[in-house]
Design a protein. Structure first.
Length: 254
């Protein structure tokens, strides 16, 4: 009889693939191609069956297939591949889903919006036990969405939920651990893309893209902790760079 965990992972993976490919048929083929990577070492990487489709949700809705680029930028890092255990894959998947939910527009009705902020903040606080650097989402989200009440509700509920976790000894904010020089080469593509978009669009053009700005700010704020949370850092900066790239204005010739 198969263990319960693989069955649960498979069920969630199928649901996420359906969710990703609902509005983009191209994403279906690219997701399947990404999952082929698992065949290299199925017993080691089967947890990535949840990670890969969840990463696709970080791409813009009109261009879900760009999630394939995010996956590529994440897995190009030897450090990420070597440390991609079942637990870390599930942890990164949950992180991706939290980010994807925050990138969505909040509900319009006040009571539903408040409930949604409470649910997201509780999920974020629980995930902070596994990813202690996650509370830097609070300043990143507020700076990206400074005029919305939802961002302040989320920040308040999130911080409030962390207090009892800290008192119970389940959470403590991590110490600064600089990025390893060896890992810098895996970030060249992301940095070049971000630099190119900033050169073409200027900072004002980037600020207008609120969701992408949040990911960019999150990657900047998480940089001092990238030595310890390198997988999370690579995921965020890869998503930010791809979103910046695909939202560049361009002229298409037929």
């Amino acid at each position: 009889m198969l263990p319960k965990l693989p069955i649960l992972i498979l069920a969630i993976s199928v649901f996420l693939i359906i969710l990703v490919t609902w509005n983009s048929k191209e994403s279906f083929y690219l997701t399947i191609i990404s999952l082929v990577y698992i065949l290299i070492a199925p017993t080691r990487y089967y947890g990535a069956t949840v990670l890969l489709p969840s990463v696709f949700l970080l791409a813009p809705r009109f261009c879900r297939e760009a999630g394939f680029l995010i996956v590529g930028l994440i897995l190009i890092s030897e450090t990420v591949r070597e440390s991609l255990s079942i637990f870390s894959a599930l942890k990164l998947s949950a992180f991706s889903l939290i980010l994807a939910l925050l990138l969505l527009s909040p509900p319009r009705r006040k009571i539903i919006r408040e409930g949604w902020a409470l649910i997201l903040s509780l999920l974020s606080a629980l995930l902070s036990i596994a990813i202690p650097v996650l509370p830097i989402l609070i300043p990143a989200y507020i700076l990206a969405f400074p005029v919305t009440t939802f961002s302040y509700m989320y920040a308040f509920f999130f911080a409030s939920a962390l207090l009892p976790l800290h008192e119970l000894g389940l959470y403590s904010f991590p110490k600064i651990v600089p990025l390893d020089v060896f890992d810098l080469k895996y970030l060249i593509i992301q940095v070049v893309i971000i630099g190119y978009v900033l050169f073409k669009e200027r900072l004002s053009g980037v600020i207008r893209r609120k969701q992408t700005l949040m990911l960019l700010l999150l990657s900047i704020f998480s940089l001092p902790f990238a030595g310890k949370f390198f997988q999370e850092f690579v995921l965020v900066i890869s998503a930010a760079s791809v979103r910046l790239l695909v939202t560049l204005p361009h002229h298409e010739e037929t």
